[in-house]
Design a protein. Structure first.
Length: 88
């Protein structure tokens, strides 16, 4: 991940998202919302076009940032994954 690149954290479970928000103090504009594949693709093609990386299930611990970056994927690869999962 390059400096200045925007990333979007996504979570498999609501509890993981709640823990992340609770410990990261990201501000009131951040909230949890269940989304499906098509909605995520629309989000990345619309309001979040500036997002370059996806961070699946990042941990709230600041020491876990390196692990989150290693597990990140670029937006196109993530959208391909969503489209493939949608077809099966």
């Amino acid at each position: 991940m390059r400096a200045g690149e925007k990333a979007l954290p996504i979570f498999s479970f609501e509890e993981l998202a709640q823990g992340f928000l609770k410990h990261r103090s990201l501000g009131p504009e951040w909230h949890i919302r269940k989304s499906y594949n098509g909605e995520m693709i629309s989000l990345l093609l619309g309001p979040c076009t500036d997002v370059e990386r996806i961070l699946p299930n990042p941990l709230p611990d600041p020491l876990a940032v390196q692990g989150a970056l290693l597990n990140s994927m670029d937006r196109e690869r993530f959208m391909d994954f969503l489209l493939t999962a949608r077809e099966s």
